[in-house]
Design a protein around this ligand. Structure first.
Ligand SMILES: Cc1cc2nc3c(=O)[nH]c(=O)nc-3n(C[C@H](O)[C@H](O)[C@H](O)COP(=O)(O)O)c2cc1C
Length: 285
């Protein structure tokens, strides 16, 4: 991939200091790059104009190279505080937050945002689009669903295409891009040249290489990746947490890898990472 966006950092009644940002997004300590040199953008989520602006200033101090604002998260806990997609009901506050962040962020740092088509419906879609653009964001990722849709119905790429026609911002299409075929359809419908992939990269970790014309991932590569991920996780988490993470990932992998789908029950039944590694070895053979 060309870059990654961090999980959101929630900003509530207090600014998040630079030190905390570095703890939550460790790539900030490494010139905002992964060990493999993929750029990492910091994402903030919040609705408080003052603390969002102050946290943007802290992000500058922490050495952020690109800041992204989340107006898409549908989670209840988040929306209960007026953050995430909840903001899409109020274009004026949306404008104020983006503007305040733009003004307090160092001027050489690009600012982007991420939104859904709306909260309960799409009525305010173009107003929200305009608010984000006017406030000074230069790039916008659009997830083609409302908050009410959750992750269920098919993403409505047509609406993203309408945004592309109306806006001067770089629009990044998001939702349901899972392989070459869905990417082609998304290009045809949206006219976009930039794309964001979420769950598709969990079910097929080689998707970026494939979409850029490279070869499909092999089973050998998959098992190599799973094993090295187990080892990496064990450096930071205990056996139980590591096992949980791999079981969770396997539920995504089953969509693209029949061998995982057919053995998901056995994977879920493992009690220790050693058992899991032995099972993976058996499956590989
Ligand atoms: C478990 C989970 C966590 C997510 N966390 C974030 C997040 O922190 N920030 C964000 O912008 N989007 C987040 N998303 C949304 C995805 O980035 C993406 O917009 C959505 O899944 C639709 O795209 P996809 O069909 O390619 O997955 C999350 C999605 C899931 C399923």
């Amino acid at each position: 991939m060309d870059y990654l966006v961090s999980e959101f950092v929630r900003v509530t009644q207090r600014r998040v200091p630079a030190q905390s940002l570095k703890r939550l997004v460790p790539e900030l300590n490494n010139h905002c790059q992964t060990p493999y040199k993929h750029p990492v953008h910091l994402q903030l989520l919040g609705s408080n104009i003052e603390t969002m602006a102050k946290t943007a200033a802290e992000a500058s101090l922490a050495g952020v190279t690109h800041l992204d604002l989340n107006f898409g998260c549908p989670a209840k806990r988040v929306n209960g505080h007026g953050g995430g997609s909840f903001m899409l009901q109020d274009p004026e506050t949306l404008y104020q937050v983006v503007k305040a962040v733009r003004e307090s962020l160092a001027s050489n740092i690009p600012l982007s945002a991420k939104m859904r088509l709306g909260y309960l419906d799409e009525d305010l879609f173009f107003e929200n689009l305009e608010a984000i653009e006017k406030a000074g964001a230069d790039t916008l990722t659009i997830h083609g669903r409302t908050k009410k849709d959750g992750y269920g119905p098919a993403a409505r790429w047509e609406k993203i295409g309408e945004a592309v026609k109306r806006s001067k911002m770089t629009i990044i299409a998001n939702g349901d891009i899972q392989n070459r075929d869905s990417l082609q359809r998304c290009i045809a419908i949206t006219g976009c040249t930039h794309f964001m992939i979420g769950r598709g990269s969990l079910s097929n970790p080689f998707i970026f290489r494939e979409l850029k014309g490279g070869k499909a991932g092999s089973l050998e590569e998959l098992f190599l990746l799973i094993n090295s991920y187990i080892d990496d996780l064990l450096e930071h988490y205990d056996d139980f947490a590591t096992l949980g993470r791999i079981k969770q990932w396997s539920a995504h992998l089953r969509r693209d890898w029949p061998v995982i789908a057919e053995n998901l029950k056995a994977i879920r039944a493992t009690q220790h990472t050693n058992d899991l590694k032995m099972l993976m070895k058996k499956l590989e053979e």
